[in-house]
Ligand binder design. Structure first.
Ligand SMILES: *[C@@H]1O[C@H](CO)[C@@H](O)[C@H](O)[C@H]1NC(C)=O
Ligand SMILES: *[C@@H]1O[C@H](CO)[C@@H](O)[C@H](O)[C@H]1NC(C)=O
Ligand SMILES: *[C@@H]1O[C@H](CO)[C@@H](O)[C@H](O)[C@H]1NC(C)=O
Ligand SMILES: *[C@@H]1O[C@H](CO)[C@@H](O)[C@H](O)[C@H]1NC(C)=O
Ligand SMILES: *[C@@H]1O[C@H](CO)[C@@H](O)[C@H](O)[C@H]1NC(C)=O
Length: 344
């Protein structure tokens, strides 16, 4: 069933292997995957249902610092679980591999013991789900908001098929999420789809995929995303407003308090890029959503700025933080663009 995944992975690894010898001698080595990982199959990694899953639905193969931080921080918080980063740009099309760009983040992530990079092949992924007929009928090129819509669909299918936790690439993990089947409240009666976790084949996600197809309208932003999981959640549970910092439970699902992932709400997203008199402890939170959609990649981590985000990087993704500092030094020394500037 997942043969295409495997084949593309093998091709990529063969391709990478040839360059490895040459590139390991240089500082930015592309695809420095430890030898044992080249033997790993996608199903073997995902089959335990305990993976933390990230997605990149653009063809970009150079994770910007925030993406790198999200994946690295998850690998540190969930040391005994696989962290799987699917990139559409690895999808067997070798013409898309960057030839000469700076791959500091890419080589950092591929070098982490429990991080696995795999191609995102949607056709294979959607097989045997309600999304397959939808995907077969549409032309991605003509769909509005395709990067978001395809990401919304992919995350439902991956977690439905394998189980685990999905996270957006602008979420910094700070402590383990104790719930198994959960959705993240963005406010009372409103769920996000930026973080969620389910056991394999949970009927909630099947209903989400059915509703995705029934109500599909890519022109409305978020209609297949937060609005979709909220629609299905309202059918599943009788939602009440959150009181204090207490999660809601209904049937076998936890609806986690907004403080768990959104201690700073989206109108205040700039606070992450400001200097705080006292660093907040975020004691009620499991991960921090940095609202990169609001930021549009404009604000970055500035080393030495003492902003909240700098301190978060230093503590929760030190490898990424080092890359940011090194990239800054290279830029200052006029060694050209560093290629890690864009947001997602
Ligand atoms: C591979 O990339 C090239 C260049 O962007 C594109 O023309 C081609 O359709 C791609 N092939 C596949 C199988 O995606
Ligand atoms: C690749 O990088 C080297 C050194 O960083 C540079 O001299 C060369 O021009 C680059 N080649 C391309 C095709 O960008
Ligand atoms: C609870 O979750 C399981 C999956 O582990 C599912 O099969 C079952 O239907 C769920 N129960 C209810 C009451 O929704
Ligand atoms: C929701 O409320 C309705 C009416 O009060 C009740 O009949 C139903 O069983 C409740 N559903 C759940 C999942 O608690
Ligand atoms: C957060 O937790 C730490 C360690 O448990 C504790 O020392 C600190 O006082 C807490 N901070 C707040 C604001 O509750």
């Amino acid at each position: 069933m997942l043969k295409e995944f495997q084949i593309s992975l093998v091709i990529i690894l063969m391709f990478a292997g040839g360059f490895l010898y040459e590139l390991t001698l240089k500082r930015s080595c592309f695809f420095c995957i430890p030898a044992f990982k080249s033997l790993v199959k996608l199903e073997d990694v995902l089959s335990h249902g305990r993976s933390i899953v990230f997605l990149e639905t653009s063809d970009r193969l150079e994770p910007p610092p925030l993406v790198s931080c999200a994946v690295e921080s998850a690998s540190r918080i969930y040391r005994d679980r696989p962290v799987v980063f699917f990139l559409k740009g690895l999808n067997g099309n070798l013409t898309h591999l960057p030839s000469n760009s700076t791959n500091a983040a890419f080589s950092l992530l591929s070098g982490i013991r429990n991080v696995f990079l795999f191609p995102l092949d949607m056709r294979t992924l959607f097989q045997e789900t309600p999304l397959f007929s939808w995907y077969s009928q549409i032309n991605p090129r003509t769909q509005k908001n395709w990067l978001y819509v395809s990401s919304d669909a992919s995350r439902l299918a991956i977690i439905w098929k394998f189980g685990g936790i999905y996270m957006d690439t602008d979420v910094i993990s700070i402590r383990p999420i104790p719930a198994e089947n959960f959705l993240a409240g963005q406010s009372s009666r409103l769920s996000s789809n930026g973080v969620f976790g389910f056991v394999r084949h949970h009927p909630f996600l099947w209903q989400c995929m059915e509703n995705f197809v029934e109500r599909y309208n890519s022109a409305i932003w978020g209609h297949q995303g937060p609005a979709l999981v909220t629609r299905v959640l309202r059918r599943w549970c009788n939602l009440t407003d959150f009181q204090d910092v207490v999660d809601l439970r209904c049937r076998n699902l936890s609806f986690l308090h907004p403080r768990r992932f959104y201690p700073i709400s989206y109108p205040r997203w700039r606070r992450y890029y400001e200097v705080w008199a006292q660093q907040p402890a975020f004691n009620d939170s499991y991960a921090l959503h940095l609202w990169n959609y609001m930021n549009k990649g404009k604000k970055e981590v500035a080393p030495g700025s003492n902003t909240l985000v700098e301190n978060l990087y230093r503590k929760h993704c030190p490898g990424t933080y080092e890359n940011v500092i090194r990239g800054r030094e290279e830029r200052d020394e006029g060694r050209g663009p560093v290629g890690t500037k864009n947001g997602s």
